[in-house]
Design a protein around this ligand. Sequence first.
Ligand code: XUL
Ligand code: CO
Length: 438
Amino acid sequence: MSFFADVDTVTYQGPDCTDPLAFRYYDANRRVLGKSMAEQLRFAVCYWHSFDAPGGDVFGDGTWDRPWANGSAEPMARARAKLAAAFEFIAKLTAPYFCFHDRDVAPEGSTFAESEKNLLAMGEDIAAAMQRTGIKLLWGTANLFGHPRYAAGAATNPNPEVFAYAAAQVRTVLELTHQLGGENYVLWGGREGYDTLLNTDLKRESDQLGRFMALVAEHKHKIGFAGTLLIEPKPCEPTKHQYDYDSAACYAFLQKYGLADEFKLNIECNHATLAGHTFQHEVAYAIAHGIFGSVDANRGDAQNGWDTDQYPTNVEEATLVLYEILCAGGLGSGGFNFDAKLRRQSVAREDLFYGHIGGMDTLARGLLNAAALLESEELSGHVAQRYAGWDGGLGERILAGDESFDSLARRVRASNPDLAPVSGRQELLENVVARFVR
Ligand code: XUL
Ligand code: CO
């Protein structure tokens, strides 16, 4: 069964190549800062946008040519065809990882037991496909937002029976992720929020979510899953307000419930921009607080206020984000998962290749630029110099707790220091970045 017979394995052909089915920058084995590009970028293809979604929008039906979705009347046969399409595509793209929700890979049954049976049966086929191709699992996740039972939330539902159902669902997917050697497990709180405060008890919902996350961590340790647990910040959509608003809100939540050592963050570019932040800000905030985990790579639209999930094309943005990640020592167990989808008019199957190739090349360029910027020390040197006063003397004593308001006031009164502002050099530094963005 072949669904992409017209496309060969995508190869690196260099920046001058004009073949749209070749990489111009992503050269998997090229060494960058001591690792191969493949190891630095850890690309993953997501199952849901690429193989599951039909290309519909709120005004119209699916448009995409997806023969695996309608070749059989039998849902498990369709799931197996989808699996064949996914692994053929990911292998030809040479992406080392994939990511899935339970409902992407296996049909929901008429009972919980039937859904679980379907998922575990598909799990065996997934394991065989991974074995055959060498493609690995970056993360698994449970869909706790699609079914009507989750309309008022999963963990934050007013009905504890829904909480229990979500727990049972996550338990199965966490165990399957563990069995498949998954390197992370993601929780995106798509409906963990509210539409109106008129019917919502914020405090209860927060405590319910905290308890749910604690149960996930408890079960992770019970089964010996060594991967990283990740939560994925997003401010809104589908609910008006989501509790995992941004990196800062997630960090506060994790600390409140004693979970800051158990969870890290999966930062998505378009979620950052929906929250009114830059992608770089969200990544930098997570890194600064020791909770950076992984990335959902995509981009929004500067004029639209929703999650357009387009493929990344902004090389400057990729450079700045990769600069933060490289300064922090790399992705660790995370990766760049393309949580990105084609436009509704991109109906052809090979459009999936163009989207991913463009995204991989954009991030590969970002990696090369960021490595050069890091090695030049032009930004880091400036920042280090800007804060040098805190490395010794007065700054060090303040941070060590060796100064008080009284001692500081005595000091200022005695020395009456000249505190004329020093140039922040923003324009100069923007010009430095511009020099490295190629
Ligand atoms: C939705 C989103 C999800 C998560 C996984 O905006 O990003 O696809 O990544 O549930
Ligand atoms: Co995402």
